[in-house]
Design a protein around this ligand. Structure first.
Ligand code: AMP
Ligand code: ZN
Length: 464
């Protein structure tokens, strides 16, 4: 698998620390509002990455956090805690809105066929882990107390900008509120590991710690959760490009200072979804949710296809007329697949050749748009049996997850009913009672059972 690594700035063969298992960490949502379709683009592409890795034979152990405390509106140490802001907006407690938007996030993911990571952990459930890391950073001289907060001292590192060579100001894409200077920091890039001197009198969630009563910073959450569940060596860390700085840069700083060795090998970043005003963001308030697309009559999988049609490292501009074209594409695709007869034999060699083509594109830095062309080649290929085509489409859908062929479970009762009616129709036809035979066909259709007369006899399937 060749994958672009933000850390090296090149596409390189994927390296794993362990032969048996690949570890993958994903920055989860900050649950103070609905996820917007930009966030969901990020999770769709990470889902494709995980499924591709499975498809090509890796055993993936994946973990995602849920940010329910400590993420300030600047992505750094200024602004207000997004959770507190969300709770105020809705006159609810932080825990209430966290639960509501976490559930909502996973509902959206399910609608988009995004698999839930094997391990999902809330930031508020791992406070002991952050305390352990901060204690060690203090012992090792990488952290200091100032103005009652605990800061990470970036001047102690040989290199801070490990993910990028750019100037910090250029990279502050996540900054939305005006940035005020923190007079307690020793260096401009130092960041808070633990807040005790809360700027917000209404900060609801606080914990006792050796550093005082307070709460963790956002960056320490991801290091803590990743180290706890995935161990000292991480293979792939994912997120949107706005996480590169400061979030992921700070994660590397504190994790490697804590461990005393290199932590994560590959950094995978998904580019932004933009609208005509620029990057779609929750803090702008006016953003598109998946529910809004559904209300407008779009199948969520049309949005998934919209994302798969472009490369994850390119910015993607969202517009309804583009989504309309994708809707047409999706409907036509499903229609063409539905018309592929389930007949003939599975041609093993041909299946293997197409699978290799499909894999090759995905293994080329996750080229989903090219992988889609292999699907179209299969559909168009007159030299493939219907069975071969259907088997390949089903196989590709393990990664694409576009519900290309729905597996409909036929319960025994319905099956027996269909078989009885097919027998009745056969007798009617033998007696040249075609009117009765047609009636039976219609009766079956009204129950969603479609029949087809083939050389091998009458076959039936359920309408998709
Ligand atoms: P948040 O809930 O704000 O913590 O963001 C969740 C994920 O969505 C992070 O990995 C972000 O980097 C990513 N993200 C935020 N905005 C966008 C966007 N407009 N397009 C793509 N990904 C985004
Ligand atoms: Zn994170």
């Amino acid at each position: 698998m060749n994958l672009y690594n933000t850390k090296t700035g090149t596409i390189e063969p994927l390296k794993t620390h362990d032969d048996k298992e690949l570890t993958m960490y994903t920055c989860g949502p900050t649950v103070y509002h609905y996820a917007h379709i930009g966030n969901l683009r990020c999770y769709i592409m990470e889902d494709i990455l995980e499924k591709t890795l499975n498809y090509i034979g890796y055993n993936v152990k994946r973990c995602m956090n849920i940010t329910d405390v400590g993420h300030l509106s600047s992505d750094g140490d200024t602004g207000v805690d997004k959770m507190v802001k969300g709770a105020e907006r809705e006159h609810k407690t932080v825990l209430e809105i966290a639960q509501f938007y976490t559930d909502k996030f996973f509902e959206d993911c399910a609608k988009l066929n995004i698999k839930k990571p094997e391990i999902v952990s809330k930031a508020t459930d791992n406070i002991d882990e952050y305390i352990k890391i901060i204690n060690r950073l203090l012992e090792k001289g990488y952290a200091y107390k100032s103005g009652d907060n605990i800061y990470f001292d970036t001047s102690k590192l040989d290199e801070y900008y490990t993910l990028t060579n750019h100037d910090a100001n250029e990279l502050l894409v996540g900054v939305r509120d005006s940035v005020t200077k923190d007079e307690f920091k020793k260096n401009q890039n130092d960041f808070v590991l633990w807040f005790t001197k809360s700027k917000f009198s209404n900060q609801e969630l606080k914990w006792n710690s050796p550093f005082g009563y307070g709460y963790p910073g956002w960056h320490i959450e991801c290091s803590g959760i990743s180290l706890k569940y995935l161990g000292e060596y991480l293979d792939i860390h994912c997120g949107g490009v706005d996480n590169i700085f400061p979030h992921h840069t700070n994660e590397i700083a504190q994790s490697e200072a804590y461990l005393g060795h290199k932590w994560c090998n590959t950094w995978f970043h998904v580019e932004h979804l933009n609208d005509k005003f620029g990057k779609m963001s929750k803090s702008k308030g006016d953003f598109l949710s998946l529910d809004y697309l559904i209300e407008k009559g779009y199948n969520p999988l049309v949005y998934r296809l919209f994302c798969l049609n472009s490369h994850y490292r390119s910015q993607l501009l969202f517009a309804f007329d583009s989504l309309d074209s994708t809707k047409k594409q999706y409907d036509k695709l499903i229609d063409r697949i539905n018309n592929i007869p389930d007949e003939g034999i599975e041609e093993i060699d041909k299946i293997k050749t197409y699978q290799d083509n499909f894999k090759q594109y995905l293994m080329d830095d996750l080229n989903t748009a090219n992988a889609m062309t292999v699907l179209y080649d299969v559909i168009k290929d007159d030299n493939l049996s219907g069975k071969t085509k259907r088997s390949l489409i089903k196989d590709f859908d393990k990664v694409l997850s576009l519900d290309l062929i729905k597996e409909v479970e036929i319960d025994d009762q319905l099956k027996n009913y269909a078989l009885e009616k097919i027998e009745e129709r056969k007798i009617a036809k033998e007696n040249k009672d075609y009117a009765k035979a047609d009636l039976i066909r219609e009766e079956l259709a009204s129950k969603g059972i479609i029949i087809k007369d083939t050389k091998e006899g009458t076959m039936f399937s359920l309408k998709q």
